[in-house]
Ligand binder design. Structure first.
Ligand code: ZN
Length: 216
């Protein structure tokens, strides 16, 4: 799955991964992290730092919660320069987050966007309990998912977290720059759910109606 496809005049040619290859790379990293077989313990290796001084080529955009327990580089076992991370409580996307994602897709050509919710997300819980007065902007972005989840069977908080992921994936896929990259086969957008209890990142299927729960 690694992407070094040859050598020319002593220089390695690095091919950009396809969206599918990028997703597999993330999943493989998550498995390594869970199994305590990490390959990226030393993020500050001098050679890697120097190679990244003037450029970056992250192979994935991760939209994650700011929660201290869901650090993408750690749970996907990736190093410096690998992931372009947009973190905000509740992993929602407003105009500011969208500008960051736009840069990663159009300028850095990242081939995959993973929107990642997580177990026991405090931001979603706050909106569920109408305790989001101190974060009105974020709360407003989360509320539609909470409303979706209210009609579903099962655990209300988990359903709201998954509905929130699905709605963000749906929202991103409606953006022109994302549609364009997807139509060219250069980009995929997927939803996921991080389980705090065991470190597993579960992929979520985006249902045709983003309010309906789905799982791969
Ligand atoms: Zn959270």
């Amino acid at each position: 799955m690694i992407l070094i496809c040859g050598a020319l005049f002593g220089e390695e040619i690095i091919k950009r991964p396809t969206p599918q290859e990028a997703l597999h790379k993330l999943i493989a990293g998550n498995i390594r992290a869970i199994e305590d077989q990490i390959e990226h313990p030393n993020h500050f290796k001098e050679s890697k730092l120097l190679a990244l001084v003037n450029k970056q080529e992250p192979f994935a955009v991760i939209v994650a919660c700011s929660d201290s327990r869901v650090s993408p580089e750690i749970l996907f076992d990736q190093g410096i320069g690998d992931l372009f991370v947009v973190r905000i409580a509740g992993n929602v996307v407003g105009l500011i987050e969208l500008e960051s994602i736009h840069y990663a897709v159009t300028q850095l050509k990242a081939p995959i966007i993973v929107v990642m919710g997580h177990e026991n997300c405090g931001a979603i819980q706050a909106v569920l309990k109408n305790q989001d007065q101190t974060m009105p902007e974020i709360g407003a972005l989360i509320r539609p998912a909470v409303e979706c989840a209210k009609g579903e069977k099962g655990d209300l908080l988990q359903n709201a977290i998954e509905a929130n992921v699905n709605l963000v994936v749906h929202q991103l896929k409606e953006m022109d720059f994302i549609k364009k990259a997807m139509q060219a086969g250069d980009l995929e957008v997927v939803g996921s759910y991080y389980q705090l209890q065991n470190g597993v990142v579960r992929l979520l299927m985006e249902p045709s109606n983003p309010c309906v729960k789905g799982e791969l």
